[in-house]
Design a protein around this ligand. Structure first.
Ligand code: 3PG
Ligand code: MG
Length: 394
């Protein structure tokens, strides 16, 4: 992959540069609830702007189904990006006349997925949109791929456009790939992976790919109940994927998977539900496990205390509700301690776990790296080829 420094060294003053960023942030109405991905995108955009480039940023928000959807406008994101850059960021409608930017000016294209060609399975449709994006920056333009969170998607602004313009890897993509490479190539041992999140079916592929190389794999979150069921426990009303029980049983035979020993159960999915902490063999009928319990946190922390390499993806419970946040907080603290005490390489895989770190007020710089890519980092660790990276290598 050609680094962005190479592009900047050529001189970008007065040139229009297309940057693909991942600005897909969680929103509550038009309020951004976690701006981590916007902040992570700033250094590349700023570097180009300071070097005098006219910067067009392409990004998506959510998964609009039928063209433009005002609820998924990037307007709030343009405002936040402008605040962080300390300069106005103009929001540019798709398909309209290309605005002329001043040197150093930054414009954000409206949600690129409002154009159905962005995500089309039809290569010629995607190519047509990619050609429009390339035309926007003109013959002396270039493409900088910096949206790590979306490089696992074969989409027009991620993949196809990189075939039409000189393409470079932005600083964020470079750093993310560098850290994930360290996880896959000869990690310092013990190497411990912590996985959470709701569905075991989403994580089976990564579990299978990781198990041979890790020393221990700690499982919490909603997905732990299918593993507990595979051990013969009754899980009450907890999340359960019956069709995955056999797969979980096979994975448990490796002896590397560590499960919770106690859980916090509730009689409703609500912050004001009645709750109890029970051993995993004592989950009452009608109650649902919404977090791992304190004994589980202590057990996980004991495994993490020796680790030299840690990858953590997925919350341990429904951390958005205070009564079910302590499992995630406790495990995050154990990972932080591991960074501080062992000098371990600790990586938080994006999405919900990254949001949890910030929502729980934990120090972001206490981890080696917080990825901006949820699906992308998991697919990288699965050993899959990521289209948005592969195309930069040509
Ligand atoms: C994400 O949030 O996972 C990325 O921005 C990619 O979005 P997608 O899963 O909708 O493709
Ligand atoms: Mg996703």
């Amino acid at each position: 992959m050609k680094p962005i420094d190479e592009l900047i060294a050529q001189g970008v003053t007065g040139r229009a540069i297309l940057v693909r960023s991942d600005l897909n942030v969680p929103l509550d109405g038009s309020r951004i609830t976690d701006d981590g991905r916007i902040r992570a995108s700033v250094p590349t955009i700023r570097a180009l702007s300071e070097a005098g480039a006219r910067v067009f940023v392409a990004a998506h928000l959510g998964r609009p189904k039928n063209g433009p959807d005002p609820a998924l406008s990037l307007a709030p994101v343009a405002a936040r990006l402008g605040e962080l850059l300390g300069a106005d960021v103009r929001l540019v409608e798709l398909g309209g006349p290309a605005p002329k930017l001043a040197d150093g000016e930054v414009a954000l294209l409206e949600n690129i997925r409002f154009d159905p060609r962005e995500t089309s399975k039809d290569e010629s449709e995607r190519a047509a949109l990619a050609a429009e994006l390339a035309a926007l920056v003109g013959p002396d333009g270039a493409f900088v791929s910096d949206g790590f969170g979306v490089v696992h998607r074969k989409q027009a602004s991620v993949y196809d456009v990189a075939r039409l313009l000189p393409a470079y890897a932005g600083g964020l993509v470079h750093d993310e790939v560098e850290v994930l490479r360290r996880l896959t190539q000869d990690p310092a041992r013990p190497y411990v992976v912590v996985l959470g999140g709701s569905k075991v079916s989403d994580k089976l592929a990564v579990i299978e790919a990781l198990l041979p190389g890790v020393d221990a794999l700690l499982v919490g979150g909603g997905m732990c109940f299918t593993f507990l069921a595979a051990q013969g426990h009754s899980v009450g009303g907890s999340l359960l994927q019956v069709e995955q029980i056999d797969a979980c049983r096979r994975l448990l035979e490796t002896g590397k998977i560590v499960l919770p020993t106690d859980v916090v159960v509730a009689d409703a999915f609500a912050a004001d539900a009645n709750t109890r902490t029970v051993p995993v063999d004592g989950i009452p009928d009608g109650w649902s496990g919404l977090d791992i319990g304190p004994a589980s946190v202590a057990g996980f922390a004991e495994v993490l205390a020796d680790a030299r390499t840690v990858f953590w993806n997925g919350p341990m419970g429904v951390f958005e509700m205070a009564p079910f946040a302590e499992g995630t907080r406790g495990v995050a603290q154990a990972v932080l301690d591991c960074t501080a005490n062992n000098g371990a390489l600790t990586v938080v895989g994006g999405g919900d776990s990254a949001a949890a770190v910030r929502a729980l007020g934990l120090p972001e710089d206490g981890f080696t790296h917080i990825s901006t890519g949820g699906g992308a980092s998991l697919e990288y660790l699965e050993g899959k080829q990521l289209p948005g990276l592969a195309i930069l290598e040509h």
